[in-house]
Design a protein around this ligand. Structure first.
Ligand SMILES: O=P(O)(O)OC[C@H]1O[C@H](OP(=O)(O)OP(=O)(O)O)[C@H](O)[C@@H]1O
Ligand SMILES: Nc1ncnc2[nH]cnc12
Length: 147
């Protein structure tokens, strides 16, 4: 993983066939190229009723309402090591749901990676219960709301 500002570069060994799940929709921009770069398979975690096969689902709470993500049954297998990729972490609800889903399917989530973190929304603290590293490139502050 490449990190901004202090620029630390971590090289992954090839991880052929290990899953690299990305979260719909904006996680699909960053997940597939990272999967190609590290030789992992991309696993789409999608919004409800998008995947054609049998799925397992995980509901979660967002800043604005609730949502659900789904993954094909069999997309990961017991003991797989997964790197979860999304564009942004805000409250951390989406990443926690992704980790819950993968762990329910028997995968081990090794770490999470996002392009942007909104620290004010404390997603990193919410993720702490999972005890997995979170890597981000940039931090973004919330815009003040207009009166
Ligand atoms: O940390 P959280 O509070 O869970 O928020 C982060 C999530 O919110 C956005 O997705 P959104 O659900 O808006 O869907 P989108 O990618 O389809 O725009 C973003 O792409 C993350 O997946
Ligand atoms: N606060 C936020 N800013 C931009 N994108 C988001 N997606 C979820 N929360 C967000």
């Amino acid at each position: 993983m490449i990190q901004g500002q202090n620029v630390s570069v971590k090289m992954y060994p090839p991880v052929q066939h290990q899953p690299e799940p990305g979260i719909e929709a904006r996680g699909f921009i960053f997940g597939p190229p990272i999967a190609l770069a590290i030789g992992a398979k991309f696993v789409p975690l999608r919004k409800p009723k998008k995947l054609p096969g049998e799925v397992i689902s995980e509901k979660y709470i967002l800043e604005y309402g609730s949502d659900c993500i789904e993954m094909h049954v069999g997309a990961v297998k017991s003991g797989d090591r997964a790197l979860v990729v999304d564009d942004l972490i805000a409250t951390g609800g989406t990443l926690c749901a992704a980790m819950n889903l993968l762990e329910r399917a028997g995968a081990e989530v090794v770490e999470c990676a996002c392009v942007i973190e909104v620290p004010d929304l404390k997603g990193r603290e919410r993720l702490r219960s999972h005890g997995k590293p979170l890597y981000v490139l940039v931090e973004s502050q919330l815009e003040p709301t207009l009166p």
